[in-house]
Design a protein around this ligand. Structure first.
Ligand code: GLY
Length: 375
C-alpha cells in the first residue's frame, strides 16, 4: 500500500528553471524544499531555451511591468550565479558576460533598433549606436550587409541546461530533494498527493508547471496557459571558439555564442498547441537569416534542431503570487523569459512566502488578474 513519505516545508511542482530557482532560494532561506517533476528535470521549455539575459529585448510596448521585473532579474544575475556556483560545488553554468550586438539590415529592423535604443536611454541603460564598420570591427564575422547596429554591453547569456543541473545539485546540497518521474496529482490541506498514491506532507506548495500545467487538483483557480512553440538549433564550430564573441540579435532571430565554440540559433514563435515537430521551412528560414548576417555559420556543425513549448498567458505576463486557496502559490507563465526572470521570480516569491514586506514589483503579476478571464 502506498504511504505518505517525507515531510517538507515547501513542495515545488515542476522542475524547470523557475521551479528549481524557487526551491533553491527557499533552501537558502532555511526551508526544506522538495521538487516534484513529472518527467525529467529541465526537459520542458528550459531544455530548449537559448538563455539570453536581455530584459529589454522581448518586451512589447505597454509591458512595462515585465521590463521592470526583467531589469531587476538581470541585476540579480551576477550574485545569483556566484551563490549558486558556490552551493553547487563550483559547477559550471555557462554564464558569459558577453554583451549583445543588435543589428539591422532593412527599415523594419532599423525601427526595432531605434525602439530598443530609446527604451534603454530612457532608463539610463548603456547603449552605443555603431556604424556598420565599427560593428564589423567588434565582430569581424558579420557580413557587410549591415545598415546599423547597437552595442548592448549589459545583455548577457547563460547555458540553461547547465544552470538547471547546477540548481538541482545546489538544492540537494542544501538538504532539499529533487524527484524526477514523480507526478503530483492533487494538493490538499497539509500535503501533495502523488501519482502512485503516496504523498508528501508540506506547509506550502508552489506550482511551477509552465506549459505542462496538466490537471493538477486542489490548487483553486487555474492560471490559463497558452503554448507557444519555439524551434531552435544548436551547432558547434570544429575550429573552436571565436566566430562570434557577443550575442547577435536581428529580431526575430538571434545567435548566442556559448563561448566555447558552441552556438544557439533561435527561435520561431508559433501558436500550434503542443506540437513539437521541427520543420524544414523553419530551419531554412533561420539558417538563411543567420548566414546572411554571419556567413561563417554555414561552416558550423549542426548538433540539434528541436522545438520546445513556451508557457504563455493571455496577457503574456507571468503569474507569480498566491493561488485562490491558502498555502498554494503560482510561479508560471514566463513565456519567452523563464531564464531571464528566474532569479527575480525566486527572490520575490520566496520573500512573499516568508512574510517579507510586499515588493510592488510583484503586484502586476498577481495570478488573480487571470481568473476572471476563465469565467
Ligand atoms: N527568449 C528567447 C525565446 O523565447 O526565443
Amino acid at each position: 500500500m502506498a504511504t505518505t513519505e517525507q515531510g517538507a516545508d515547501l513542495v515545488v511542482i515542476g522542475g524547470g528553471v523557475v521551479g528549481l530557482s524557487v526551491a533553491w532560494r527557499a533552501c537558502v532561506r532555511g526551508m526544506r524544499a522538495v521538487v516534484l517533476e513529472a518527467g525529467e528535470v529541465a526537459h520542458g521549455a528550459s531544455h530548449h531555451a537559448a538563455g539570453m539575459i536581455a530584459p529589454v529585448a522581448e518586451v512589447a510596448p505597454g509591458e512595462e511591468p515585465l521590463l521592470e521585473l526583467g531589469l531587476r532579474s538581470a541585476g540579480l544575475y551576477p550574485g545569483f550565479i556566484a551563490a549558486l556556483r558556490e552551493d553547487a560545488g563550483g559547477a559550471e553554468v555557462g554564464y558569459t558576460r558577453c554583451g549583445t550586438l543588435m543589428v539591422a539590415r532593412g527599415a523594419d529592423e532599423a525601427e526595432a533598433l531605434e525602439r530598443e535604443r530609446m527604451l534603454r536611454e530612457q532608463r539610463g541603460l548603456t547603449v552605443e549606436r555603431l556604424a556598420p564598420s565599427e560593428a564589423r570591427r567588434r565582430e569581424p564575422a558579420l557580413a557587410p550587409a549591415l545598415r546599423a547596429a547597437l552595442d548592448l554591453p549589459d545583455d548577457h547569456a547563460v547555458d540553461p541546461r547547465l544552470l538547471c543541473a547546477a540548481l538541482a545539485t545546489a538544492i540537494e546540497r542544501r538538504g532539499g530533494t529533487v524527484r524526477e518521474h514523480t507526478p503530483a496529482v492533487a494538493v490538499h490541506a497539509g500535503g501533495v498527493r502523488l501519482g502512485d498514491g503516496s504523498g508528501v506532507l508540506t506547509g506550502a506548495v508552489v506550482v511551477a508547471t509552465g506549459a505542462a500545467a496538466g490537471s493538477l487538483k486542489g490548487v483553486g483557480e487555474f492560471v490559463p496557459s497558452r503554448p507557444v512553440k519555439g524551434q531552435i538549433m544548436r551547432l558547434h564550430d570544429p575550429e573552436g571558439p571565436g566566430l562570434l564573441t557577443r550575442v547577435v540579435r536581428f529580431p526575430p532571430t538571434y545567435v548566442v555564442p556559448r563561448g566555447d565554440g558552441r552556438y544557439v540559433i533561435g527561435g520561431t514563435s508559433e501558436e500550434r498547441g503542443l506540437d513539437t515537430t521541427v520543420t524544414a521551412g523553419a530551419a531554412l528560414e533561420m539558417l538563411r537569416e543567420a548566414a546572411e548576417l554571419v556567413p561563417g555559420i554555414s561552416e558550423l556543425v549542426l548538433d540539434e534542431f528541436t522545438a520546445g513549448i513556451r508557457p504563455g498567458t493571455p496577457d503574456n505576463l507571468p503569474a507569480i503570487g498566491p493561488a485562490s486557496v491558502p498555502g498554494v502559490w503560482w510561479a508560471t507563465g514566463h513565456y519567452r523569459g523563464g531564464v531571464l526572470l528566474a532569479p527575480a521570480t525566486a527572490e520575490l516569491l520566496v520573500g512573499a512566502m516568508c512574510g517579507d514586506p510586499p515588493d510592488v514589483l510583484l503586484a502586476p503579476f498577481d495570478p488573480a488578474r487571470l481568473w476572471s478571464l476563465l469565467r
